[in-house]
Ligand binder design. Structure first.
Ligand code: NAD
Length: 261
């Protein structure tokens, strides 16, 4: 049997998708035929322009909905306002780096809210829609840091491990329905956020760009290559396909071998 990779007629809601991985995944899903809902906490012309650009490029419908993923009600309203949510990509995330005894409480609370609790709220709102539609995919963007730890990233690591647990529970609660829940665990991905760190790190270590990328950023990524947003989009498309109908409650690492170490 040949499995269908077209997502025509499906609608995907991607949280935190006006830049980086979320935007890249949204573009790939649209390329595969899905209608997409973009989201972030801002409400700028350029946010809405991104949706218009994707719609024009791929002949799908695309909308930008402003909703702050640190706010429980806003998370739920995002799904309600979307009106249809066949594929839910929980991607919004922030980071803060500090030792535990100096970690600001407001940063801890924000990271847990945006990187973890938002996925609980959007999933809770989306599952009834998926059940009504008779099909659904929950794809949570965790991290290699959802499976391993590093110092000074306590909130991020707790949230990313937490989302792997939430993924497993979502999968068990939907196991006998045509709905799956999985987490993608990227290693380092060259998003604008990561790219922006390169010049400072070059100065800090007095290294050239290539050395910073290989020996500092990709120190734990055996492939010595960044994962790309297109590869993450491709993984989301595969997890959304019929070929992946029995893949549920698991993690898919896209990390150049990081978690094999
Ligand atoms: P990014 O900063 O480009 O993207 C984060 C997105 O979340 C942005 O669209 C931002 O606007 C949005 N966001 C932030 N706070 C929000 C809020 N309160 N409400 C709604 N949206 C909000 O970073 P990225 O690298 O693309 O990261 C995306 C996801 O991928 C995150 O969950 C991150 O933890 C994860 N991740 C990234 C990497 C990497 O190397 N870049 C690796 C593993 C996992």
């Amino acid at each position: 049997m040949a499995y269908e990779l077209s997502l025509a007629g499906k609608q995907a809601v991607i949280t935190g998708s006006n830049s980086g991985i979320g935007l890249g995944v949204a573009r790939e899903l649209a390329k595969a035929g899905a209608n997409v809902i973009l989201n972030s906490f801002t409400d700028r012309e350029e946010d809405h322009a991104l949706a218009a650009e994707i719609a024009a490029e791929h002949g799908v419908t695309a909308r930008y909905i402003q909703a702050d993923m640190s706010d429980a009600e806003a998370c739920r309203s995002l799904i309600t306002e979307a009106g249809q949510c066949d594929i839910l990509i929980n991607n919004a995330g922030i980071q803060h780096v500090a030792p535990i005894d100096q970690f600001p409480v407001d940063k801890w609370n924000a990271i847990i809210a945006i990187n973890l609790s938002s996925a609980f709220h959007t999933t809770a709102a989306a599952l009834p829609m998926m059940r009504a539609a008779g099909w659904g995919r929950v794809i949570n963007i965790s991290s290699a840091h959802g499976l391993t730890a590093s110092p000074f990233k306590s909130a991020y690591i707790a949230a990313k491990h937490g989302i792997v647990g939430l993924t497993k529970t979502t999968a068990l609660e939907t196991a006998q329905e045509p709905i799956t829940a999985n987490a993608i665990c990227p290693g380092y991905v060259l998003t604008p956020l990561v790219e922006a760190q390169i010049p400072d790190t070059m100065k800090e270590y007095d290294m050239d760009r290539e050395t910073v990328v290989r020996d500092v950023m990709l120190a734990r990524q055996p492939s010595k290559e960044f994962a790309t947003v297109e590869q993450l989009g491709g993984t989301a498309i595969f997890l959304s396909s019929d070929a992946a109908a029995q893949i549920t409650g698991t993690t898919v690492s896209v990390d150049g071998g990081w978690t094999a170490l």
